[in-house]
Design a protein around this ligand. Structure first.
Ligand code: ISL
Ligand code: CA
Length: 548
């Protein structure tokens, strides 16, 4: 039986602070900017804010490289601002969740600087190894960011491991002192009043061995660190010794998990994580790696979603975040059916079983960037990949196509607040270009429009908030075709039938029920779906569908 919990009933809204709202005109979003927009978020109906990292950082990876876990990056404000944000959010019954990035730190973290000295007690905080001889690194592993994952350090004559960017050395979880440090960081923030953590790449933190990996197209070596028994043990320890003492939740960002690994990680009995972000549905439109996109195929996508709905008791549902292209550009149609398809995707997000995660700008249907060159792109991963693709002699036009489809900066353009200069994001020069479509796509306009994407989003959030069936009802698939994804949520004698037409054709979908919500409006369901139509039907008595 599923236990009711506040974090199952609320909607989480992810803020990428750099691009959210700039309060002081330096071109960078900040914490006072978030405070200024709290009423807008409350109005939307969100109950939790997850902040991408706001800690001190040299920004090699925009804050995912942390140099001090207990202080705020001055670009974003002060600790007093952060405390004010927590208080102001709580006053509105909104909880704050922090990003916990502890697979690695920044190389500028004091621990790492000390650890470069072989005799320092901090040496074992990181993973140092001598090279293999002949200038070869300690093993054949490859990194997530298209570079080598060992970096030679002149000072100590050894290499350190970094699964991500060069400036992000991995911590050594074989060292009990590192484990204690992480517990202290958790306590520090929980005592400040935060209500949980989104745990960055949490299933790779424990490296069982550093032996050579089986050669693979991507992530050679990953069999030595993905979801290892040592990782499960650590998660249980964090939970038992720290998290269980607070009213909080954790969502793990878990890479390359199978349904079995997922069940192990969030089994309520084992007490590790409360839910996980899985990636499989986000990989259904790609070939081997995200940079080689294939056509969006609903069947693959919907089947993957259905598999995970069945695999886990409670999912963390998402279609966007700061690492992924915009969903309307990717799974919908950001041109002719922009509004309809953005609403359709939101309908799915809020009617699947699990906690919905909405990413900033998604509620107004923000689209992928309209950049024209690599100079516009800021992301470290994109630049690494572009460099590698150049080395591999991929044609320039193709390289740019790769960026347009998959660069993380697609999601990192500033939130479009209104039709004024720079979309009202900043009074200065934005750190990254604003999408030129802001006069048409912006918050102010959509807050005023009754049938805007945001208004529809708000309706969905309100509907879900108090509805036992949408919150806790069972999920079952009714149909998956090339165009249609239909499923049912059911609890007791009540059910919803969710019909989603992911195509630009009008298609028959003969289901019965009282029309509760559709992105085309209306108050009765006709038995067919218009292009990108989403329909939510209510069924008092559950009859089998007239035709599947
Ligand atoms: O977006 C990706 C690269 O194609 C993913 O593989 C991503 O690196 C992975 O999901 C881990 O992401 C998280 O940790 C990274 C950070 O850069 C991402 O922003 C974060 O979400 C390292 O901390
Ligand atoms: Ca600012």
């Amino acid at each position: 039986m599923t236990q009711p919990k506040w974090w199952k009933e609320r909607v989480v809204y992810q803020i990428y602070p750099r691009s959210f709202y700039d309060s002081n005109g330096d071109g960078i979003g900040d914490i006072p900017g978030i405070i200024q927009k709290l009423d807008v978020l409350k109005d939307l109906g969100v109950g939790v804010l997850w902040l991408s990292p706001v800690y001190c950082s040299p920004n090699e990876d925009n804050g995912y490289d942390i140099s001090d876990y207990r202080n705020i990056n001055p670009e974003f404000g002060t600790m007093a601002d952060m405390e004010r944000l927590i208080a102001e959010a709580n006053r509105r019954d909104i909880r704050i969740v922090m990003d916990l990035v502890v697979n690695h730190t920044s190389k500028e973290h004091e621990w790492f600087q000390k650890s470069r000295d072989k005799n320092s007690p901090y040496r074992d905080y990181y993973i140092w190894r001598p090279g293999k001889g002949g200038g070869k690194p300690p093993n054949n592993w490859t990194s997530f960011f298209a570079e080598d994952c060992w970096e030679y350090d002149e000072q100590s004559g050894e290499y350190y491991l970094h699964l991500f960017a060069r400036g992000m050395p991995d911590l050594n979880y074989h060292n009990p002192r590192v484990v204690e440090e992480v517990k202290d960081i958790l306590r520090f923030w929980l005592n400040k009043g935060v209500s949980g953590f989104r745990c960055d790449v949490i299933n790779v933190i424990y490296k069982t061995s550093l032996s050579d990996g089986k050669k693979k197209f991507i992530l050679t070596g990953s069999e030595h660190y993905i979801s290892q028994p040592g990782c499960h043990k650590l998660l249980q320890e964090f939970r038992r010794e720290v998290l269980d003492g607070y009213d909080c939740f954790t969502v793990g960002e878990t890479v390359f998990v199978t349904p079995q690994m997922g069940r192990d990680l969030c089994d309520p009995e084992r007490k590790e994580l409360d839910m996980i972000f899985t990636f499989e549905h986000m990989e259904t439109d790609q070939f081997l790696v995200k940079w080689f996109k294939t056509r969006f195929q609903l069947q693959k996508f919907a089947k993957t979603i259905a598999t995970w709905q069945a695999a886990l008791d409670w999912n963390a549902n998402y279609l966007e975040n700061h690492d992924q292209p915009r969903s309307v550009s990717r799974f919908g149609d950001d041109k002719t059916y922009w509004k309809e398809s953005a609403k359709l995707l939101l309908t799915m997000l809020f009617t699947l079983r699990g906690t919905p995660y909405l990413y900033q700008g998604q509620e107004i249907g923000m689209t992928n960037f309209d950049f024209s060159s690599m100079d516009d792109i800021k992301d470290v991963e994109s630049h690494n990949v572009y460099r590698l693709a150049t080395k591999l002699h991929l044609p320039r036009g193709y390289r740019w196509k790769m960026m347009q489809r998959a660069s993380r900066d697609n999601a990192r353009t500033p939130v479009q607040w209104d039709g004024s200069k720079n979309a009202g994001f900043t009074a200065g020069a934005p750190w990254i270009k604003v999408n030129g479509n802001y006069p048409r796509i912006n918050m102010a306009r959509q807050m005023a429009e009754e049938d805007s994407i945001r208004s529809y989003c708000k309706q969905l959030i309100a509907l879900r908030a108090s509805d036992e069936v949408l919150l806790y009802g069972e999920f079952s698939v009714l149909a998956v075709t090339k165009e249609l994804f239909a499923y049912r949520r059911k609890s007791g004698g009540k059910a919803y039938t969710v019909l989603l037409n992911f195509s630009e054709k009008t298609i028959p979908a003969e289901y019965r029920g009282k029309l509760v919500l559709s992105n085309y409006g209306g108050n009765a369901y006709s038995g067919s779906l218009k292009p990108y139509e989403a329909a939510l039907l209510y069924n008092e008595v559950i009859a089998p569908p007239t035709k599947a």
